[in-house]
Design a protein around this ligand. Structure first.
Ligand SMILES: NC(=O)c1ccc[n+]([C@@H]2O[C@H](COP(=O)([O-])OP(=O)(O)OC[C@H]3O[C@@H](n4cnc5c(N)ncnc54)[C@H](O)[C@@H]3O)[C@@H](O)[C@H]2O)c1
Length: 338
């Protein structure tokens, strides 16, 4: 399968390496509008056709699929022309900055019978998959809340806020773990780096049965954290992407309220469960490679990928509600849409 890469900035080279080495795939062309990036493509991959425009990629009839790794604000237009030309598309998150655009792209993909997939790498991360395994309802109990922290000193984006840059990952992880979309959002953001966009945010998403998911993102925190915590009535499950030794930890502890005996009617007895802390084995794998294999598989089999365009649209709806809530100092905003 001949694939082209569009965008060879910070993240694109990771795709180039993975696609170049992927069995059954030929990285045929790579595109960037900057001359210095084109020079790097030629130096690293002399056999790959280095081109400066999307049109030159799409003019090549042998290319079946494209991977788009350009800045967030440019992706929607590039994805649209690629789909219109009949190419399967894997686009980096967030795909588009507007839910209506996401819906239109997903509809277009359907009508062209093309795969549209979004680069939600964490859904292809063995640690996040392990986390979901350990959250199976019988052992996890009633889901109470999720909490995600994604902090570091930048890298600061010029076209979108920290919410649109970082939170898509956590919204996607929450949707994957809970198997549902949020119903409402409430968020506060601040601009400490004199950007005209938020560089720090605290966002809460509400799900069915009063489950809440809290997301903290920051470009202004010297402590790099990539952590997701899930707390249920029977267990606490933690994913720490920066911990190579114990990527997932499970605390076999929890508390729940049981109705007390009749003479204390109206009061509840707390049932505390105590147990071990376990570090389940997480098989080493590169999430980006697993994600690219899923893209190729979706093209070959016609199966809808986990991180489909429709799934991506759901993430954008939640981000739009977070954005709206930040404008009204945290007022709860309904997540609307399809
Ligand atoms: N999944 C992840 O973990 C992850 C990590 C980093 C970045 N990303 C995503 O990857 C995307 C790219 O991020 P980045 O950090 O590489 O950005 P970047 O700005 O470093 O690189 C983008 C590149 O795209 C090129 N470009 C822009 N418009 C173009 C066009 N019309 N045609 C051809 N080339 C064009 C630019 O010249 C630049 O080299 C973003 O959507 C970002 O959210 C995802």
């Amino acid at each position: 399968m001949k694939i082209a890469l569009i965008g060879f900035g910070y993240w694109g080279p990771n795709y180039a390496r993975v696609l170049h080495d992927l069995p059954g795939v030929e990285l045929t062309a790579a595109c960037d509008r900057r001359a210095d990036r084109l020079a790097q493509i030629r130096e690293r991959y002399p056999a790959v056709d280095a081109v400066a425009s999307v049109a030159e990629v799409l003019d090549r009839p042998d290319i079946e699929a494209v991977v788009v790794a350009t800045p967030a604000s440019t992706q929607c237009d590039i994805v649209r022309v690629a789909l219109e030309s009949g190419r399967h598309v894997l686009v980096e998150k967030p795909m588009a900055l507007d839910a209506a655009d996401c819906d239109a792209l997903a509809d277009l993909a359907d009508s062209m019978k093309c795969v549209l997939m979004v680069g939600y790498t964490f859904l292809y991360n063995a640690g996040v998959r392990k986390m979901k395994e350990w959250m199976a309802p019988a052992a996890f109990g009633q889901a109470y809340y999720l909490h995600a922290t994604r902090t570091n000193l930048g890298p600061i984006r010029q076209d979108v806020s920290a919410v649109w840059d970082l939170a898509p990952h956590d919204v996607a992880i929450f949707s994957y773990l809970l198997g549902e979309q949020p119903l409402w959002a409430s968020a506060i953001g601040t601009r400490v780096l004199k950007n005209d966009r938020e560089d720090i945010a605290f966002a809460t998403l509400g799900y069915k049965n009063d489950v809440v998911g809290n997301i903290h993102v920051s470009w202004a925190d010297p402590n790099k954290v990539r952590e997701v915590v899930a707390v249920g009535s029977l267990r606490r499950v933690v994913f720490d992407d920066l911990n190579d030794v114990e990527r997932v930890r499970v605390f076999e502890r929890g508390v729940s309220a049981a109705e007390a005996v009749a003479d204390t009617f109206g009061e509840f007895k707390l049932l505390v469960r105590d147990g071990d802390i376990i570090s389940p084995k997480v098989e080493p794998s590169e999430p980006l490679k697993t994600q690219c294999l899923a893209f190729v598989d979706a093209i070959a089999t016609g199966k809808t990928p986990l991180a489909s365009g429709r799934f991506g649209g759901g993430v954008i709806r939640a981000l739009a509600a977070i954005e709206k809530s930040m404008r009204s100092r945290g007022a709860a905003v309904e997540v609307t849409g399809r």
